[in-house]
Design a protein around this ligand. Sequence first.
Ligand code: TPP
Ligand code: MG
Length: 366
Amino acid sequence: MAKASASSSGKSKPAAAKTTPKPDDGDNFALRSLQEALDKQKRFKADNDQLLHFYEQMLLIRRFEEKAGQLYGLGLIGGFCHLYIGQEAVAIGLQSALDNDVDSVITGYRDHGHMLAYGIDPNVIMAELTGRAAGISKGKGGSMHMFSTEHKFYGGHGIVGAQVSLGGGLAFAHKYNEDGGLCLAYFGDGAANQGQVYETMNMAALWNLPIVFVVENNQYAMGTAVRRSSAETEFYRRGTAFRIPGMEVNGMDVLEVRQAAEIAFAHVREGNGPVLMECNTYRYRGHSMSDPAKYRTREEVQEQREHHDPIERVKKDLAAVGVDEDKLKEIDKAIRATVAEAADFAETSPEPEPSELYTDVLVEEY
Ligand SMILES: Cc1ncc(C[n+]2csc(CCOP(=O)(O)OP(=O)(O)O)c2C)c(N)n1
Ligand SMILES: [Mg+2]
């Protein structure tokens, strides 16, 4: 009755205005405080040596991946192979801010760059790609399943989104063991729609775990563009339901990524619980080597390469502080030689013995 009379009078207020509580300013501030800190100073103040090191590391990933693409084309790499070209600034910006004595990292199958960011020998990474005994996973993991527990790098996972829950476990271990470390858990924009990601966020926030969730938003999940798959494309907002502060970062600028890492890691290390960081980036190559990439135009890729390339950007920064072009060429030459040597090693070193089929299957012997 009341409803009918209200509508007939034409004076009813919209339902949302009556029921939506005002956001709490305190909570709101806490969820945006890291973004505000980043907005105040967007780029890390690197000295010339640090800048050169970022350049060198990103270029190593680029050249390594180009070579891996060639070896794949020659049939020397079997199975899947997902290249990281275009996304280099994300792994380098973040991992350069880690404390490698205590912090852990976990990611999906697009993992070569994250391994190289540790300074792990390119020979053993390339040898893993070609399935050789000298590979970092003894040639039995391949492109998607690389591990280095020595560096606290826990893979290399082929199941989309699974690494996020495992990352929650790593963060739990940091807290339980009181080792002062944090876990950096990377996942893609596609993985961000997996249910287990949010179960992990809930538990991580509830238990105040030291974890930084990083969405590497490269705009596509296989052939599906973000806007076709995701109702909320601003991934940094997705922690709001769990009171996890979000940060939106230009993943094509290594200095911005590094600055965001400084802010996020300090927050986590102070015992404030998880952070969700979205790094906006772009993959230049197909999803994997077998992707014909018909879901986007050449012009779109070209636009990113020409105007947003992370390596070109750092080159401009280096030029601005007076680093000579010849010096950069020299570095490129040395990197090409390192990568050529890694490819030779990966082609010529022996395959695992057949008996290796029966090892590393179970943790213990039964
Ligand atoms: C649970 C699961 N579902 C589906 C797949 C198949 N798959 C492999 S990669 C991928 C897309 C993931 O995209 P995104 O998370 O954006 O990561 P990106 O490849 O862009 O780095 C899919 C659906 C899978 N490996 N695991
Ligand atoms: Mg993606």
